[in-house]
Structure formats: C-alpha cells, structure tokens
Write a protein that binds this ligand. Sequence first.
Ligand code: GLC
Length: 549
Amino acid sequence: MGIDQRTQSDHHIWWHNAAVYQVYPRSFFDGNGDALGDLVGVQNKLPYLAALGVDAIWLSPFYPSPQHDSGYDVADPRGVDPMYGTLQDAQSLINAAHDHGLRIMVDLVPNHVSQDHPWFQAALAAGPGSPERARFHFLDTHSDEPPNNWVSLFGGPAWTRTTNPDGTPGQWYLHVFDSSQPDVNWTNPDVAEDWIRTLRFWLDMGVDGFRVDVAHGLVKDMNYSDLPDPVGLTEALRFDLDDGSPEMAAKRLLIENSGFFDRDELQDIYATWRAVLDEYAGDRMAVSEAWVPPHRASRYVSPTSLHQIFGFDFLVVAWDAEIMQGTILKAMSAVADVNAPPTWALSNHDSPRVVTRLGGGEVGQARARALAVVAHALPGAMYVFQGEELGLADADLPDSARQDPVFSRTKGAQKGRDGARVPLPWSGAAPPYGFTESTTNTWLPQPDDWAQVTVEAELSDPRSILNLYRTTLHERRAVTGPVTFVDSGSENVMIFSRDSGFHVAVNTGSTPWDIGAMFPNCSVMVSSDMQVGGKEESLPPNCAVWFIA
Ligand code: GLC
C-alpha cells in the first residue's frame, strides 16, 4: 500500500510510533559501481527496507560537500553531491519510497555550513565588517589568542584565524565542530530566510520529515563570554558514553551552560519552522538532535516547536535492569507533559555500535538483541541505524584508514566514529560483500569475518538477529497501551506490560530467571535468542522475551 492510500484510510499520525531506519548513504549500497553508496543504491534496496518492517527512512546528508565530516559539512543544502547522484535521483527515491509505503526524512544541518559554501567563500573575500561576514561569527583579537576559551566538540579551540590578502593574521571565525564547518550567525536575517527556503525546497519535493542536526546549538551567547571551566567542558564534549553517573550529569550541566547550547532564543526559530511544516498536508515532521537534559527536552517538542526529540538514553544505558527501568521512566516522563511520543535509538552514526558497547562478542550480541526486543515493545518512535539489524559490531580499523575529524583533531587520543560507519555487507563471503561491484577498496575497509553477518546469510538463518528485527519491527505496530512496570522480585529482571496481557521481560543478570513461577500461564511470543518453544519456564541471562500472561 502506498503512502497516499494509507493516509486516507486512517488518520493515524505516522511519526507517533514509526520505526525509522537511518541510512548513512556512503555506506549503505553502491548503485553505480564506484565503490561508494548512493541514492540509486538506496532506491534499489527499498524492498529490503519495506520487508524489514520499518515505516520511514532517514537519509544522512547527501548534499554537495567536500566531505570533511562525512557530509555534515554542507556546501549547498538544496543540491545532491555528484558522488550520491542527482536531484532527479533524490526525487525518484522519494517517489519510489512512497510507493513502497515508506516515508522519507532528510537531514538538515542548520548550525554550520561547509567552508566551501558560497556564503563562507564570499565572507572570506569580502573582509572584516562586511555583510558577508555578518552571516558568520567573525571576531578580531588584539593578541595571538582566540577571542574566547570556547572549545570545539571535535577537539581543540572553537576558533580558527583567517589570513588577510597581504599575509598578515586576520579575523577569527567560530566553529563548534571542525574548522571546515564555520557556524552561521542565526541573529542574521539572511540565515533564517535561507533556511526557510531549504525547508520548502525539500517539502515541495515530497519529503515527510527532517532530522535537525545539532538542533540545540544554533544560537550563541553573542557576548562570546569566556567559560568558567573550558577544560571540564572539553572533557564533557567528548563523544563519550554517558554511563548515567553523577560525573556524567555534571558534564552535561557544563554543556548546558556552554554559551552555545540550548539557549532560549532557539524556540523562536523553531516556531517559524513549525508554521511552515504545518502549511503542508501529510503530517510533515521534524526530529531534533538535541543533547539536553530531560527537564529541557520537552521544549523541543510542542505545537510551536519541533515534533520529536531523539531519546539518546538507550545509546548509553548500562546493562542493568534497574537502571534500564529508571531510564525508560525518565525518557517517557521527559516528553509526557507536552503529550509527545518518546523516541528510542540503540545506535547511530555518532556512537559505537550497540553490540560493541554492550561487551562485544557473543555476550554483546545477546545483549544487543535483548535491548532491541525491549525497545521495540515501547511506545513512541524507534530509530534503527543501518547494520544494527545485522548485529554488526564496530569494525576494528587501522589508524591509517580513519577519516573522522575527531581522530585527527584529537591527534588520535580519540579514535572517532568510523568503526560504526563501515559499508554494509549484503552477500558473499569476502569484502566487499556485495556492497559494490567495483574492485576499488571501499572508503573504510570491511572486516574479513563478516561472511556470517551479510543480509543474505542472515535471511537464510531463522535465528539471525535480522529475522528477529523483521519479527519485532512488524509486530510492534500491534502493541498498544501504557507501560506498566511489574515487580519481578529480582534486581536483575525488568518486566513491563502493555495492553491485552502483553508483557516484556529482560534478564540482565548471570543466572536464568524462572518466568513460570511468576506467570504460570505465560506464552512466549518472541525471544531475543530466537529459541521460542520449550523454554517458557526460564529466561536465560542476557535475554529478553515478549509473552502473553
Ligand atoms: C551531529 C552529527 C554528527 C556531525 C555533527 C556536526 O552531531 O550527527 O555526525 O559530526 O553534528 O555536524
């Protein structure tokens, strides 16, 4: 059933409980034989995605870019980089996705542009005090020090000095990320206007939603005041895992007071965006990537702001039933007061893959499956990062292969995010595993031991994680009702119920747990180890089940 028919037959708002699959285009599938993923490649694989049971696709940036941050350095937000195809390919993909009953979301990167963006090139050429420079944050200093002590999230100072035409040192410009990603100045009306143009451009092409990159970062402290604790902030800003500890909470507070995150004026920007989105039929939506503490989250999801905020809690949650329960409650209550659906993600292109994070090897595999079985039973929207459904672990890359600016800017102190971004294995027993027909090496090398985790291999294995995802992603559409936690009597077992006797249990301990003793009539529907039948009495360690009782 195509999108249009589905919208007419019921008034269900699709994004309230959608499962959204994140495509990282470079590494998804090569449709034109040049060893790089592209839009035609995504279109070729729409049947795979529809069969997986997702409702929408979020495409990470495919815009013209010099690729200093894998496309998050955008030189033209209304174009397609030739390495990914053409605007016609984008249109064709949007239409074909709709024919498959899949929505399309595209990534917007409003905090910064690429150094190759015509605006930044014009600003460099025009010189200090010009209207061209006013679209960015250019400052003078009277010494060799940057204008203030702000730090880049990718390491090092957040300021880079320009050179005047005569070779003397010039003004500094702000970049909260890489020096190739100058931050734009959102108090400048050109910026706001141009972004509305970009929204309309993609809405007119038929996209159903947007993922808003660094949505909490657009507005800066225009006094550019020094930070009280830049060293602590540098630590806090690392793309590290939040283990829920008080130390991490303190780091988050530092970020909150950083001078460039989560400022109140942001909401005026999103009110204008919301008005534009609301003009269009079809429940167009926007999800914000905003790393803010729970008590600030609801500000990004209201009738005058954006529609969703990513819930990053499962990216970092400890393998501990009690912590997991607290995390779920916290995530749901963070958006409950504005009546917005929560969202869940086990992984994305910025974090270690969930298998690796939860211990790697067989244990990591088992826990990743179990966490998915828990997450897929929760209300709200589910975001699935490509390859998560295959149970991929982070690839162990040689430093010489690393491309993430986090690696180079920290001089190797942080390995960066490349391990999760390796091209997907589709078929066959050796690289490139059907990803491309080219014999050129893929942009990040694929591991030699991926023969068992290709789509082809997993489809033919009834116990594969891919078949688990295909089951739970389809079945989750029928799961309704509020979440009610049930006391299991064990600190290692978390249980919650939804409507009609539907229950979920997960065992984070090291010994089996006796389900039958508590639920004598339980009937297991799905087990994360895919061993349904004959095991109803016992929930093994690192396993989760859906059951009726
Ligand atoms: C977001 C993206 C990340 C990118 C950064 C700068 O956090 O998810 O990949 O590096 O923004 O655009």
